[in-house]
Design a protein around this ligand. Structure first.
Ligand code: NAD
Ligand code: MG
Length: 379
């Protein structure tokens, strides 16, 4: 029986993780659930899965859910609550399905306790990849990717020595505006940006897919997860999202991972690795799909991806600043405060004004993160 603490249980990855748990009641149990504000859903989840801890974003929300929780479920809240949920139950695996760099301290706390990480929260590795990966290695804790591209690479690499790897290619669907020119991006609405052609995901990552920031975060995530140089990481537009990513070896052999776009496959793989079990998902029928398409990435069309490569290569505080500025810019766009193309303008301005510095601990990362948030909020 695998015991799972699930950070971000009411979101897109969170609810799909619970789907997998539901599908294999003999294999998985839930020890902790955490949620932002969806009290109704988290109460229903707690009744169904009977965790020992539920953590809510604020005390007010915690007070609201508390009377409805099953006996034996304790409620906590805030950033401390999140850390408690991640590290203080008898979970052996923590699934990080929370959005944004807020997930970082809880992920590190789980690693300290020797818990395996099922990593969806890519912002964690973007802001502090050097710290998280080093600590995981020291504690001998596996970090298994849930992001579909990284799960694909993980599956392709299974058992391969890294010296045989020439490079990897992350595929990108192109997001909601992939068939528009830059000129046609002026004045697009929040609703248009939120309708992704292939995947149903949380709001923030859907906007990140349209700006290609998501792929930028994934490039940095891949750099840390697989210890690859940025020159070894490529991005290719693949509108169908059937090939989830691939590895090219030095002998020019390519190994790719394919499947229907359904996050429950990589979520379950992270939970059962190295084993495989049935999933409640659709099988891929290549004959029915007929054709797959590929387009070279256009860095002029998607400047946010170029900025991500630049920040990745600069390293130190640059990726944390890129991520934090983006979190604020996306939030402002979703609230109707700035236009879609302003997201990249905010990023550009914040990065231009940033003086890259060493960030060797959580405090200095938080400092860079806060600096970027403040500036991004006022640009
Ligand atoms: P989402 O917005 O749907 O869900 C976020 C979850 O975090 C929700 O349960 C929310 O209640 C919870 N949360 C927010 N603030 C919280 C707080 N203060 N305390 C506790 N919980 C809090 O997001 P998502 O799309 O599921 O994405 C989650 C993460 O997974 C992101 O890092 C994203 O980049 C990554 N990811 C998502 C997908 C996808 O298909 N959705 C794919 C790959 C990677
Ligand atoms: Mg992805």
């Amino acid at each position: 029986m695998k015991k799972i603490a699930l950070l971000g249980s009411t979101g897109s990855i969170g609810t799909q993780t619970l789907d997998i748990v539901r599908h294999h009641p003999e294999r998985f149990t839930i020890t902790a659930l955490t949620a932002g504000s969806n009290t109704e859903l988290v109460v229903a989840q707690a009744k169904e899965f009977k965790p020992s801890i539920v953590s809510m974003a604020t005390k007010d929300l915690a007070d609201r859910v508390s009377p409805h929780l099953p006996a034996g479920t304790r409620v906590v809240y805030g950033d401390e609550g999140l850390i408690e949920a991640a590290s203080e139950t008898d979970a052996d695996t923590v699934v990080t399905a929370i959005m944004g760099s807020r997930g970082l301290p809880a992920t590190l706390a789980a690693i300290e306790e020797g818990k395996a990480i099922g990593l969806a929260n890519k912002e964690t590795l973007v802001t502090a990849g050097h710290i998280v990966m080093a600590r995981a290695q020291e504690k001998n804790v596996p970090i298994i990717p849930i992001d579909s591209e990284h799960s694909a690479i993980y599956q392709c690499l299974n058992g391969e020595p890294m010296r045989g790897v020439r490079g990897i290619t992350l595929t990108a669907s192109g997001g909601s505006f992939r068939d528009r020119t830059r000129g046609e991006l002026e004045g697009v609405t929040v609703a248009e940006a939120l309708s992704h052609p292939n995947w149903s995901m949380g709001a923030k990552i859907t906007i990140d897919s349209a700006t290609m920031v998501n792929k930028g975060l994934e490039v940095i995530e891949a750099h840390w997860l697989f210890d690859l140089a940025y020159d070894q990481i490529n991005v290719l537009i693949h509108p169908e999202s059937i090939i989830h990513s691939y590895v090219e070896f030095v002998d020019h052999s390519i190994v790719a991972q394919l499947g229907m776009p359904d996050m429950r496959v990589p979520i379950q793989y992270a939970l059962t690795y190295p084993e495989r079990h049935t999933t409640p998902t659709e099988r891929l029928d290549l004959a029915a799909i007929g054709k797959l398409h590929f387009r070279e990435m256009d860095f002029e069309r998607y400047p946010c991806l170029r900025m991500a490569f630049d920040c990745g290569r600069l390293g130190r505080s640059a990726p944390a600043v890129y991520n934090a500025a983006n979190e604020i810019a996306v939030d402002r766009f979703l609230r109707g405060e700035i236009a879609f193309l302003d997201i990249e303008r905010v990023l550009e301005t914040v990065l231009e004004r940033h003086e890259v510095s060493e960030v060797n601990d959580l405090e200095s990362i938080a400092e860079a993160d806060n600096w970027a948030r403040r500036l991004a909020a006022s640009v």
